[in-house]
Design a protein around this ligand. Structure first.
Ligand code: ADP
Length: 218
């Protein structure tokens, strides 16, 4: 099964995609994580994308599509994938059509005040990528990952000004994609109105939605 998870920055895409893997076996492919890893390692890809990520702008389509193709190739033979952060433009969606068939779209809707509140207090494990929040999803030991003991850090683009720019980019470039997919691919909609909704509650709702369209049994 191949899924796309859509939602504004801070809507929980990465958190839910990781948890859905445990239930569905779908491997998360998170475009932003791939770019941040490349930057950390100082690869040619990392150098190419760093200015875009720092300012919250989109990386050019040709670069992103090339990376996606490679990743999907690596996951072949598995139980499918869940795309987080791709496609972000219509050109990317068109390219994806030639690469893989998508079975459903998970569409997360979250109001802007929740996004800003969440992202400005988000912390991420440098080692394994687990996500925390210093206000309500705290690690047991400050600054240390519960899962692997790695150090927690704050993303450079998780500052209020850049968060607001990322939301604008999402509304302008990525939201039109929902229209593009309507009628082509089944949707599972999930509305979040609660700042500190436990991730497991959200994941249970998403699984219910997938069950309704016949993609999940249990
Ligand atoms: P967010 O929390 O804003 O959804 P991501 O980790 O998905 O963050 O992406 C971070 C940044 O990586 C984006 O602001 C953008 O610069 C770049 N990026 C990620 N995915 C794409 C994509 N599909 N197309 C272009 N740029 C992308």
């Amino acid at each position: 099964m191949n899924l796309i998870i859509f939602g504004p920055p801070g809507s929980g895409k990465g958190t839910y995609a990781t948890r859905l893997e445990a239930k569905l076996g779908t491997a998360p492919i998170a475009m932003g994580d791939i770019f941040r890893d490349a930057m950390k390692q100082g690869t040619p890809l990392g150098r190419k994308v760093e200015d875009y990520l720092r300012s919250g702008k989109l990386v050019p389509d040709d670069v992103v599509i090339e990376v996606l193709k490679e990743r999907i190739d690596q996951k072949k033979g598995g139980k499918g994938f869940i795309l987080d952060g791709f496609p972000r433009t219509i050109a990317q969606a068109r390219a994806l059509e030639k690469i893989a068939k998508i079975d459903a779209i998970i569409n997360l809707q979250v109001p802007e005040w929740i996004i800003v509140a969440r992202l400005s207090s988000r912390r991420i494990c440098r080692n394994c990528g687990a996500v925390y929040n210093i206000l309500y999803l705290k690690p047991k030991k400050e600054g240390i990952c519960d899962v692997c003991g790695g150090p927690l850090y704050q993303r450079e683009d998780d500052t209020e000004a850049v968060i607001r720019d990322r939301i604008k980019v999402y509304e302008k470039q990525t939201q039109p994609l929902l229209e593009y997919y309507k009628g082509k691919v089944p949707f599972v909609d999930f509305n979040c109105e609660e700042l500190n909704l436990p991730p497991d509650t959200a994941v249970a709702e998403i699984l219910k939605g997938l069950k309704k369209i016949g993609l999940y049994k249990n």
